[in-house]
Design a protein around this ligand. Structure first.
Ligand code: GUN
Length: 280
């Protein structure tokens, strides 16, 4: 039976240490959150991030914009926040309404305030191994490996999914820690054959029961990044948890696994930004 990686407990620890360190700063760290439109999931995420800021002793500034916001209006607000000394981090909650080009919006955020780690400058720095703001979800997964002393070097790491937010940076971070990395995606014909070779399997697809026990090697580490809903509306991941847990050495639950870590790393990134801006 697998050891269950307790993301909730680990996230609480990370946030407590961030809050402690924030006390020593001369100015409170500040996060500007931009929420465009009425996506209910986005509303929930933004509220959670604001609550985390409060817990860590940070200021949060919410900018709620209507669904029909024009691109120049949003870019204007970002330009203003880029110059605002009270704002250490800028987060534009994704997805954005159709008329707004997400990539263009990400480009507009000053890289030194890009606490999501989505700006091409930070993506590039990550890939070449320079200090960068790391995207919160994959950085949270790496923090789990560290906390549970799960070695990466020389291990076959298989990442399911290649999104800019999770899959691609996850593969980069594992490679940087000397993993042998395979990235699978929707055009991969023989996924199960590859996943069965994984020492570490990270699933970030968003498809319930995608990862079944026959796809997992005995003793593998299984990390479930997805947030799906089952027919009863309950939160679940990509992994058939009860069956896979019997074979894995470590496994993350959904909820209570990667999700809380994502939020904790955001707080860590905001602290890093604030320290940088204060010259600490
Ligand atoms: N939407 C889903 N995940 C994220 C995230 O990590 N950051 C932002 N800004 N939007 C998201």
């Amino acid at each position: 039976m697998a050891i269950v990686i307790d993301g909730k407990a680990l996230a609480a620890k990370v946030k407590a240490s961030v809050a402690e360190e924030a006390k020593s700063l001369t100015r409170q760290p500040g996060l500007a959150v931009i929420l465009v439109g009425n996506n209910p999931a986005s509303r929930t995420y933004v509220t959670s991030k604001e609550k985390d800021c409060q817990e860590c002793g940070f200021l949060s500034f919410e900018h709620k914009l209507p669904e029909e916001t024009r691109e120049d209006e949003l870019l204007g607000l970002i330009a203003q926040l880029n110059e605002d000394p009270k704002v250490d981090g800028i987060l534009v909650q994704m997805p954005l309404p159709r008329q707004l080009d997400e990539q263009k919006v990400i480009h507009a955020i000053a890289p030194e305030k890009d606490v999501d780690g989505f700006h091409p400058v930070n993506v590039g720095r990550l890939v070449i191994g320079e200090p960068a703001f790391l995207p919160c979800t994959p950085a949270g997964v790496m923090e789990m490996f560290k906390a549970y002393e799960i070695p990466i070097r020389g291990k076959h790491c298989v990442v399911l999914g290649r999104s800019n937010i999770v899959g691609k940076p996850m593969s980069s971070l594992l490679l940087q820690q000397d993993g042998t990395v395979t990235t699978c995606h929707s055009k991969t014909p023989n996924m199960a054959e590859i996943t069965r070779q994984a020492d570490i399997l990270v699933s970030a697809v968003g498809k319930r029961n995608l990862v079944t026990a026959d796809m997992v090697k005995e003793g593998a580490v299984v990390i479930d990044v997805a947030m799906n809903r089952n027919d009863a509306g309950k939160l679940c991941g990509d992994v058939d948890y009860p069956e896979v847990a019997k074979k894995a050495s470590y496994i993350t639950p959904v909820p209570g696994g990667v999700g809380p870590m994502t939020r904790a790393i955001l707080m860590k990134n905001i602290l890093t930004a604030a320290k940088m801006h204060q010259g600490v």
